[in-house]
Design a binder for this molecule. Sequence first.
Ligand code: ADP
Length: 763
Amino acid sequence: MLDFKAYISENGAESGRFIAEKDWSVFSFLGPIESWPAALKSTLLTLLPAKHPKMVVWGRKFACFFNDAFVEHFDIEPTMQGVNLEQAWPAINNYILERSRKAFQDGVPQYISSANFSENLPLLDVDILPVFTGDGDVGGITILVKVAQMFKYQKELNENIERLRLATEGTNTGTWDLDLVTRKLFHSSTLAEIFGYDKNTILPHTILLEHLLEDDRKNIVEPALKRALADGNYTYEARIITKDGNNKWVSTKGKVYFDESGKPARMFGILTDITEKQTAKQLLEKANRQFNIAMEATNMGIFEYQVRAGSFDYTDKLLSILGIDADRPIHFSEVILRFEKPYREEVIKQIKSSIKDGNLHYQAQITTQKGELKWVESYGKVYYDKHHNPTSIFGTLKDITDLKNAQLKIEESARRYQFLADAMPQFVWSAKADGQLYYWNQVVNQYTGFTLDQLLNEPGWYDTVHPEDREVHLEKWKDSIAERKPFIFEHRFRNKEGKYRWQLSRAVPKIDDAGNVELWIGTSTDIDDLKKSEQEKIAFIKMANHELKTPVTTIKGYVQLLMRSHGNKGDELFDTAIGTISNQVNKLTGLITDLLDITNIESGELPLKKEFFDIKQLAADIIETVQMTQNKHQLKFAVDGNIDNWQVHADKERISQVLINLLTNATKYSPNADTVEVQMSKKDNDIIVAVKDYGIGINKEDVGRLFERFYRVQGKDESTFPGFGIGLYIVKEIIERHNGKIWVESALEEGSTFYISLPINNQ
Ligand code: ADP
């Protein structure tokens, strides 16, 4: 029951009471009834029972009357019936108040669309209509508030948004609420943060749109909005550039609310930063793509076997490997049938045991439907549920026929190699990259009397090396390993009778494709007999040399005596004969010296008697002497004039021997030329001597071998160029023992230049 006093007269005096049932079914005016204007009475009676918020404002005092719907929505005290509008309802929007006054004064209806009563209220359509009294004056107004369809959702909506906000806090999800009419946007602080702003920033909708990548805005967001306005669901994933310039992926989900007339009025939803998820997704997609490419490239088939259900899933490739031609699903047992009989049980055994240890691996032979024999290899992994019961086996299958055949061939050739190695009289052995020996052919077992195990472990192969050779042997072997250069060494091995025999060992590294040493392959050849005859030869040469020297020196002495006493006296025959004898004896002396030098070099004895001397002077003297013995060539000598100190510390005799040798070769091998040039210079700490001729030159292939013992260039007329091929060998030894170098530059038919370099500070 409503029961209130109403102030409706001009002077504000109480003029009546108004009583109504709560549901407006029965109501009446009490008091001096005649003082209630008829227009007010009828208006009240018509409007107040309405379900929607209605208000009647009457008289200059603006006394207001309102129905329950009004109280419910606008937070007005029910006791304020009949009280002045502003007093009764302080929260009233100024604009509505103003328009109400206007309607009252001018008697013109006022229509307000989407009025914003207060922060907490939805937008409202308000009709303010004047109420005319019987005499045509405006007695009051009615305020009819029509809430858009949305209104009834409003509270619920706000609550939902609030719940959503709470739920999304801390999950990188922002909430938003967009008025589609005014384009006004409300959003949570997280949303501002996602876009790179401070959390207190309030962003208008237009700014947010600007953060979208141009392409995504056009191709993703705008079409999504179009769809949303049609079906009510707004959803997209797009890229944004945040205020601080970061690229992000965001996902939006929203709902559109339509007003009574079906016009989209409002849209709200969430926006989530899905950068991480998107990156992960892209990585996953990439990984998947790579996996597929890898699978294609490796020609592997994939399968998944569901242990409990017994179902079998596979790729087409798997079927083609198995040679199964079927356009219906294949059962696992059909796969098993393709395995060759002996492998069938083995494969099943492997599958069973894989369930225990988690990993599957087997190689087996299969026959395809067409009867072709193939080798396949499978790798798999078993997956378990949380009770450790196997759920599925996931794996790959590969055709390894070619590989397997190649492997069989390799095994075959390894067997052949071993047979060959065992058939050889030499020792054949192999060592790992680090030099550790691990294989010997049977000859080694037979020679040493050691088993493979004894060679490998105790007492070990090293035990058979002569104690005197061990240290140098080891050093050389280590050197070869470190520098990856071939190993060559002469040493003695003990045989099973306890006797040592000389062996020549050689080993070369086998380098793999990546340039690493894979292993060393070595051989040892018995050179004991050779070695002994070499030693006998050296002993013989030394002895012969000694025996030859005495008669030759005597002949030389008498020749000189004869030359002095009987020479140059007009007896031409005598002069020619004694000259020839002298030359030949000199040659013979030279030969004997060379032979002795060789034997000395060979047995490691070529002692140097070093002294300080002027090498320029020595060269000048030698050139002069050589010039005297022949007149076909003119020997020219040039030195670097900037240098005045030509002192060296070396064996003068030996250096003379070198220079004489080079000069003699230069004249000997340039029979058609008439000059030989000697040039001396200094480079850093070396003295360089160059002997240049314009002779026959040397082939490229021969250049590298000239300095070998007894090496002579083939195809030469022996009578034109007599010699033994030992001169350059000795020259090289002498120069190297002085820590110097020798090399040659030559062109066929143009001539050669032999260079030697000698270190100055050769102490
Ligand atoms: P030989 O006694 O044969 O001269 P060397 O050891 O002095 O022995 O020389 C070895 C070989 O090198 C010679 O046989 C010759 O073929 C070649 N040789 C040496 N010097 C020259 C040169 N100046 N021009 C061309 N060939 C040369």
